[in-house]
Design a protein. Structure first.
Length: 279
């Protein structure tokens, strides 16, 4: 029965989320059950595409990404796929009417990661951020507002800003790996071979501005989504604060993280603020 296959597919997306990101998985658990599975489905899709370009170094990445995109197109057209991750994603895509251009923009950014460019120009950087981060926030927003186009348009700008903030924090945290292992630097006009405190703080200030705009949207989210998104916001803002307090030289030689006890305290504080309606 297809219902069993669909259930197995969605379980696979949940498993991908749990194994690849404990932080995102924790935040997703704080969403209402009615939308939680759809966020797993979106994460599973974007994670597998990202995994192709970031991790499969011993394989033909272009071939794999082309095949993944072809299978995705078939899944969206036929409303089924034998790839369980794509099958669960197409379900969410059709359920909420996720705009196709968000998906194509995301895949375009993944292709940019396959290009042999050490540095991005400012325009390339903005295009990459939109496709790799903003559109993911917009896909999730369509789920949060349950396909309501009026609510979507109202919260669109803040959702993009929050997606950008999350992605830029990841970039800053992963500077060493991206630069040394993948030969990438996402921040334009920044010399990572000699990252200064001034340069780092300029990046941090821009991310804080994204967070500020993103927060303005969080407080307007439906109840089913607000606590989960607020939890993710608190986690990433805490990570940004740790990066700000870490000398730039150390960022380039280690990966800064939020410890599990700190994550637990953030969750408790987020829950208290949420219940007291401080957010």
């Amino acid at each position: 029965m297809k219902s069993i296959f669909d259930a197995v597919s969605q379980a696979c997306s949940k498993l991908v989320t749990q194994h690849y990101s404990t932080s995102f998985s924790l935040a997703t658990k704080m969403l209402a059950p009615s939308i939680r599975g759809d966020i797993y489905n979106i994460y599973g899709f974007v994670r597998f595409a990202d995994e192709i370009v970031d991790s499969f170094h011993d394989y033909d990445k272009l071939f794999l990404l082309n095949k993944f995109e072809e299978d995705l197109q078939d899944a969206l057209e036929q409303k089924i796929s034998l790839n369980p991750i794509l099958n669960s994603f197409q379900h969410t895509f059709h359920k909420y009417g996720i705009p196709l251009h968000l998906v194509t923009s995301f895949l375009k950014s993944m292709r940019m990661d396959l290009e042999k460019r050490i540095r991005l120009t400012e325009s390339q950087y903005q295009e990459y951020i939109f496709g790799s981060a903003d559109v993911v926030g917009l896909m999730c927003l369509m789920v949060f507002v349950k396909g309501d186009e009026i609510a979507y348009e109202k919260l669109k700008t803040s959702a993009m800003a929050l997606g950008s903030a999350f992605q830029k924090v990841n970039f800053l945290r992963d500077l060493k790996n991206d630069f040394e292992d993948l030969n990438r630097t996402y921040f334009p006009n920044t010399n990572l071979q000699n990252l200064t405190e001034e340069a780092k703080n300029k990046i941090v200030d821009k991310i804080k501005a994204d967070f500020k705009l993103g927060y303005s949207g969080i407080i307007q989210l439906p109840r089913e989504a607000k606590f989960g998104v607020y939890t993710a916001y608190r986690y990433y803002f805490k990570l940004l604060k740790k990066l700000q307090d870490t000398p730039s030289s150390k960022i380039m030689c280690s990966r800064i993280r939020v410890s599990n006890p700190q994550k637990f305290r953030l969750l408790v504080k987020s829950y208290i603020n949420y219940k007291l309606k401080l957010v």
